[in-house]
Design a protein around this ligand. Structure first.
Ligand code: 2RA
Length: 348
């Protein structure tokens, strides 16, 4: 029979997009079971055109489940993913709990699809949305030219922090819209008050910090970009420097990338690779005003690349501007792609 899919964290920002993608894609699933915290149990959500009741996260919720996609906080995944595996499910986890576990593959189907087949813990990790929003394009360039270094600045949308992030930006916008705020030190901060999940106002502002503080001043988000890029690309010594910044965009992360390669590169060569790469759209005609922006990319599946330039002072390096919908390819879509690939291997 057809496999049973569980979606754990079905009511969140990523869960909502995930149910939409499952409704759009070819329907390969038997039951789709929606699981969330007990607080959300009993709610009904639309998937495949039907209303499905959400059940509470318990061990029994995984009875008969073949695949479970988790989109919940790290500590919830750490506790419950092994429970689902114990019940016979393959878990695709979008938290940070397992991504750097050497026994858990970190998979982007366009870049390292074979990694998904070796999963000694029964868990496959989905990368962080910031890494995922650029890695399909970077992986294609790496395959062609051999990557040696990345210097990345992110422009991250508020939905990376979930529905609470979206709500915070909307509330802050409402407080500043139509005012002359943004002209005096601290005026936006005073008007906004509570900054929600962000450490500073995000309306009329940019915030040079995402995630939590780790050693030597790096944010957790910046270390994720480094560690996850290395693992996905299979380059454990890749030089990576990231600066992660939150911007007043609802959904779609952007990244300015300086990518250095083993050999000299040309813009024409990079264009050829990017134009042919599955999952990438080349949008690069600045004379015609064509480059990706988050407002145009949101709601789409591919990784969009524009502003491709060869570095003026380094013939081996390219500068790129990359945009990807952080809830789709950055989270839900990548997880669904992995789930569909694993489902195709299951005995029917
Ligand atoms: C963010 N990448 O954008 C992080 C977590 N999803 O906040």
């Amino acid at each position: 029979g057809r496999p049973t899919l569980a979606v754990v964290g079905a009511t969140g920002a990523v869960g909502t997009v995930l149910l939409g993608i499952l409704s759009e894609h070819a329907d390969i699933w038997g039951e789709i079971r929606l699981i969330a915290s007990p607080r959300s149990a009993g709610r009904k959500l639309a998937v495949r055109g039907e209303q499905v009741e959400v059940v509470a996260l318990t061990e029994d919720a995984f009875d008969g489940v073949h695949l479970a996609v988790f989109d919940v906080p790290d500590e919830v995944s750490a506790r419950w993913a092994p429970v689902a595996v114990g019940k016979g499910a393959v878990v695709i986890d979008n938290s940070g709990a397992f991504r750097m576990d050497p026994d858990v593959p970190l998979v982007v189907p366009e870049v390292n699809p074979h990694a998904a087949r070796v999963r000694p813990r029964g868990i496959i990790a989905n990368p962080n949305c910031t890494t995922l929003s650029m890695i399909v394009a970077i992986g294609a360039l790496h395959a062609a030219f051999g990557l040696s270094e990345l210097v990345v600045s992110s422009y991250q949308a508020v939905s990376g922090a979930g529905q609470a992030g979206i709500d915070a930006l909307r509330e802050q916008h409402a407080r500043v819209a139509g005012t002359d705020l943004g002209t005096q030190p601290g005026d936006v901060r005073r008007a906004v008050g509570d900054t929600g999940p962000f450490p500073a106002p995000v309306a009329l502002n940019v915030v040079p910090f995402a995630g939590s503080l780790t050693e030597d001043g790096w944010s957790s988000e910046e270390l994720k970009v480094r560690n996850e890029s290395r693992k996905i690309l299979g380059l454990p010594h890749l030089k990576v420097s990231a600066t992660c910044v939150r911007v007043p965009v609802v959904t779609t992360h952007s990244l300015a990338v300086h990518a250095r390669f083993e050999n000299e590169v040309t813009v024409a060569g990079a264009h050829e690779i990017l134009a042919a790469a599955p999952g990438v759209v080349l949008c690069d005609d600045p004379a015609a005003g064509e480059y990706p922006t988050p407002a145009d990319v949101v709601g789409t599946d591919p990784t969009w690349v524009g502003r491709v330039r060869r570095s003026l002072d380094d013939p081996c390096a390219l500068e790129l501007f990359v945009c990807g919908d952080n809830l789709r390819k950055g989270a839900a879509l990548n997880a669904v792609q992995i789930a569909e690939a694993v489902a195709a291997e299951l005995p029917s």
